[in-house]
Write a protein that binds this ligand. Structure first.
Ligand SMILES: C[S@@+](CC[C@H](N)C(=O)[O-])C[C@H]1O[C@@H](n2cnc3c(N)ncnc32)[C@H](O)[C@@H]1O
Length: 209
């Protein structure tokens, strides 16, 4: 939890309480349904929560904005972002029903009113969103083909809307077809060797697939 406060010192008491509760909730749920690898669960705050919040260091979601989290698994990056931006509406989807069961359990326990979680395949999601976030789901070309018709064509929020994708490793080849993509290095933001190869890819609305 100290890691979160170090980089997000302005949290409200409610947000601190919600982030603190994640420790118990994920340990508890993970006993029943494995959504976080055993070796990572003890580093929950760094490897999952802070990593998810890396997106918030790149983009401030405005009140009323809508965010789709594709392939959320146990709720990453969607749940940490929903705690941080309580006025933003988050729609978390995953194709595996039992993962959504965990997400719904965490959402209910935290009383997060700004989150809807649903078992759904990305390609079948209806609607349009200001932002689409994701972590570790598929390669960028496939991802873009799944979701490119789900970003609002006209938006009243920020000029920087679009896709925010948490990625690791060398992305040169994967992003070759997306010259408008900007890479943000999380190692420049968070002091922990875990973030050495971690990036946020921002692909704005008018990208050219
Ligand atoms: C490696 S996990 C990552 C989970 C989470 N984003 C995280 O970072 O912890 C990939 C997730 O994507 C989901 N997924 C894969 N293809 C999908 C699709 N077409 N639509 C929705 N979810 C999908 C899987 O079920 C799985 O939960």
């Amino acid at each position: 939890m100290d890691e979160i406060l170090k980089y997000f010192p302005d949290l409200t008491e409610l947000q601190i309480e919600q982030f603190q509760k994640l420790d118990f909730l994920y340990h508890d749920w993970n006993e029943k349904i494995n959504v976080i690898s055993r070796k990572d669960i003890d580093a929950l705050y760094t490897k999952h929560i802070l990593h998810s919040l890396g997106i918030a260091k790149i983009m401030k979601f405005e009140p009323g904005a809508t965010v789709l989290d594709v392939g959320t698994g146990g709720g990453f990056p969607g749940i940490p972002l929903a705690i941080l931006f309580p006025e933003t509406r988050f729609y978390l989807i995953d194709v595996i029903a039992k993962k959504i069961k965990v997400v719904q359990g965490v959402v209910d326990a935290l009383e997060l009113k700004n989150v809807k979680a649903e078992q759904k395949r990305a390609e079948l999601v209806k609607g349009d969103f200001d932002f689409i976030v994701s972590r570790a789901v598929t390669n960028m070309p496939d991802f873009v083909s799944w979701i490119k018709d789900k970003i609002k064509k006209q938006h009243k929020h920020t000029l920087k809307n679009g896709i925010l994708y948490l990625k690791g490793g060398d992305l040169t080849e994967e992003l070759a077809a997306f010259p408008k993509a900007t890479l943000y290095d999380l190692a420049d933001i968070f002091e922990d060797e875990f973030f050495e190869t971690k990036k946020v890819v921002h692909l704005p609305l008018k990208f050219q697939p």
